[in-house]
Write a protein that binds this ligand. Structure first.
Ligand SMILES: C[S@@+](CC[C@H](N)C(=O)[O-])C[C@H]1O[C@@H](n2cnc3c(N)ncnc32)[C@H](O)[C@@H]1O
Length: 277
């Protein structure tokens, strides 16, 4: 690294102050992650090498990233990618940024070890592609109602070399009837009146977030659609939000999976309902 440019330490400290003033929750962490990625320098070196100077191009890219982050744009949109399980996904404002808690649905797939999987509401393709990546014998069909999101998912599948085992369909449910070994869905479940941090409410797609007055409308609509469409699976896993466990478990029983289990996430919040028949 050239010794003549702006100091990385100064750039980090100025960005941290600016992020804190803008109300960012993790100002120092975000500054380090952005600078590390944009300058191609690992975080440990950034933190320990007080003399490190930035190349002019890296300094410019970091200034632009800082400008965006101050407007509370999520780090994943600024960098254009987010890691999920063992894969790296391209993300932009057309898709929800995959969350760590959604990995619980991939873990369910590993328990079930399905040959065929249907995912409803794939967004970036996170769940479908992680399942295909971790279960090389599986085939996944993934649906999505947003044109923009399905473009992102298809591109992610091609880049990851998983396009031959993951098929995408525009719409809520697949066109015809079908039998799968497992259905997975992380549908919009935020209650309409919930206040969200700016990173979510101002930047992520509304159609990926809100699920009606108590957040369960889209889940209910999809669950009732399976019977009409003739779509069957012995096991279903649905991601849910805080306080929705009992209600969604009952919907799952009514939709034809008599054994319903509620799993909590690491924060102790209702996070997944699993139905079995
Ligand atoms: C919470 S996001 C989840 C995205 C991705 N599966 C993930 O876990 O990161 C919900 C996704 O479902 C899509 N969606 C909303 N309503 C839907 C419906 N009725 N049928 C299928 N997809 C739907 C949204 O466009 C959005 O991409």
């Amino acid at each position: 690294m050239a010794a003549s440019g702006a100091s990385a330490a100064d750039a980090l400290s100025a960005a941290t102050d600016a992020f804190a003033a803008a109300g960012v929750d993790t100002p120092r962490l975000d500054a380090e992650v952005l600078l590390s990625e944009l300058a191609g320098i690992d975080r440990a070196t950034l933190v320990t090498d007080r003399e490190l100077a930035l190349e002019p191009a890296a300094a410019r890219a970091f200034s632009e990233a800082v400008r965006r982050r101050i407007r509370r744009e999520p780090v994943a949109y600024i960098l254009g990618n987010r890691g999920f399980r063992h894969i790296d996904l391209t993300v932009d404002r057309r898709v929800l940024i995959p969350r760590p808690e959604t990995e619980m649905l991939v873990e369910l797939a590993l328990e079930v070890d399905p040959g065929t999987v249907l995912e409803i509401g794939t967004g970036s393709g996170a769940i479908a592609l992680a399942v295909a990546d971790e279960l090389p014998g599986s085939r996944v069909t993934a649906t999505e109602v947003s044109d923009g999101a399905i473009e992102v998912a298809v591109a992610n599948a091609a880049r990851l070399g998983l396009g031959d085992r993951v098929g995408f369909e525009l719409g809520s449910l697949p066109d015809g009837p079908g039998e799968f070994d497992l259905i997975l869905a992380n549908l919009p479940y935020v209650p309409d009146s919930d206040g969200l941090p700016p990173e979510v409410g101002q930047w992520e797609p509304e159609g990926a977030l809100f699920g009606g007055p108590d957040g369960t409308d889209v889940i209910a609509e999809v669950l009732t659609g399976f019977g009409r469409a003739g779509i069957e699976a012995p096991v279903i896993g649905l991601e849910i939000g805080q306080g929705q466990g009992e209600k969604v478990a009952e919907m799952v029983r009514q939709a034809g999976w008599p054994e319903a289990e509620i799993r909590l996430d690491l924060a102790g919040i209702d996070r997944v309902v699993i139905g079995r028949r």
